[in-house]
Write a protein that binds this ligand. Structure first.
Ligand code: PLP
Length: 398
């Protein structure tokens, strides 16, 4: 069976009524026949049938044993960090999601968990940094926003040899393009807010573990701490996943076109897209994933914050907003938005320069998106010409 068919039919028809859409069990508790005798559910923090359907669905998509649905991507990440103890160390990708950086440093460091940030695109850097204290390797691939790719299989081998866990944040790729558990990772995490939900209408997080035992530990943490996904939001994620294959295919095709357009544009300095042969990790991206995703970043020849801010406020179709993975194209300026919580030198060292602009390619027609980018470049060019003319006339007057 093809993956799309398998995906669509892994969402069960309701055995009770035949409803073809998954029922939303909007309930807090479940009536018991006798104390402890129930139909598999007792209290909705511990388990809910709508959420359970989503959890089985994502576990299947990621080829894992256990799926767990959280109230946000960060709640999912938080539950994974809670597997650790004081004195443990995390080795994390340097170009990490800003929210994960904030969680690791400003929340967990004070509990004695240390984090080292590593350029994980070269496994040697991890080999040099790993120690007996290392209990978790944290990789995002592709990263946000410079789309760096790390070799999941090699890192998994290193993690295994040092008895530490490898968690891959698979938000940018989605299970349609990349399945880290099959490459040896222990845990996959998603901000389902992005491609899985797919319509910019919810906040959700998902965890999938390869082993059942580890899955049970994270389930225990979730039940103890309480960051569950509500039934309606679980239903929305299921509904999003139903069209994931089609959306991802389209996002990838349009992103490739946009990346090629930007690469030849005179106002653009660098383009970051793993689907370009000029991308430094293009080959490993090609090897471990089925496509290159819907995010394209680029820097301007005029590498200043002002130039980038001018650009991101002049687009029409690309809406200026945080987040990604929805049907409408978005534009953002990471230095001022998603990456504001990362110190400027650290941010620049990770390749997020002042003029870096990130595009989340939506489902509009490619030619309309190219036209929008072109009119934006035209506007900032004429603005620059005006300001030069302004300087000249001011000089002429003096
Ligand atoms: C958005 C995002 C998160 C955080 O998820 P939320 O749902 O916003 O809590 C984590 N990792 C990556 C890569 C993200 O893009």
């Amino acid at each position: 069976m093809s993956t799309a068919t398998e995906l669509i039919h892994s969402i069960p028809v309701d055995p009770l009524t035949g409803a073809i859409s998954v029922p939303i069990y909007q309930t807090s508790t479940f009536v018991q026949e006798a104390p402890g005798v129930n139909k598999g559910y007792d209290y909705a923090r511990s388990g809910n049938p709508t959420r359970a359907t989503l959890e089985q669905l994502i576990a299947g998509l990621e080829k894992g044993s256990t799926g767990i649905a959280f109230s946000s991507g960060l709640a999912a990440i938080d539950a994974i960090v809670k597997l650790l103890q004081s004195g443990d160390e995390i080795l994390a990708v340097d170009d990490i999601y800003g929210g994960a950086f904030r969680l690791f440093t400003s929340i967990y460091e004070k509990f004695g968990i240390t984090v080292k940030y590593i350029d994980t695109t070269d496994v040697t850097n991890l080999v040099n940094a790993i120690s007996s204290k290392t209990k978790l390797i944290w990789v995002e691939t592709p990263t946000n926003p410079t789309l760096k790719i790390s070799d999941i299989e090699s890192i998994a081998k290193l993690a295994k040899a040092h008895h530490c866990l490898l968690c891959v944040d698979n938000t940018f790729a989605s299970p349609v393009l990349q399945q880290p558990l099959a490459l040896g990772a222990d845990i996959v995490v998603h901000s389902a807010t992005k491609y899985l939900g797919g319509h910019s209408d919810l906040i959700a997080g998902l965890v999938v573990t390869k082993e059942k035992e580890l899955g049970n530990k994270i389930k225990y943490i979730q039940n103890a701490c309480g960051a569950i996904l509500a039934p309606f939001d679980s239903w929305l994620v299921i509904r999003g996943i139903e069209t994931l294959h089609l959306r991802i295919k389209q996002h990838c095709a349009t992103a490739q076109t946009v990346a090629e357009f930007l690469e030849q544009h005179p106002a653009v300095d660098k383009v970051f897209y793993p689907g370009l042969p000029t991308h430094p990790n293009h080959l490993i991206a090609k090897k471990q994933s089925k496509g290159f995703g819907g995010i394209v970043s680029f820097t301007l020849k005029t590498d200043t914050e002002e130039a980038a801010v001018k650009f991101v406020t002049q687009t029409n179709l690309f809406k200026l907003a945080e987040s990604l993975g929805g049907i409408k194209s978005l534009v953002s300026h990471p230095a001022n938005m998603t990456h504001k919580s990362i110190p400027a030198e650290k941010r620049r060292a990770a390749g997020v320069s002042d003029s870096l602009i990130r595009l989340s390619i939506g489902l509009e027609d490619a030619e309309d998106l190219l036209a929008d980018l072109e009119q934006t470049f035209d506007k900032i060019r004429s603005a620059q010409t005006f300001s030069k003319a302004g300087i000249l006339s001011a000089q002429a007057r003096s």
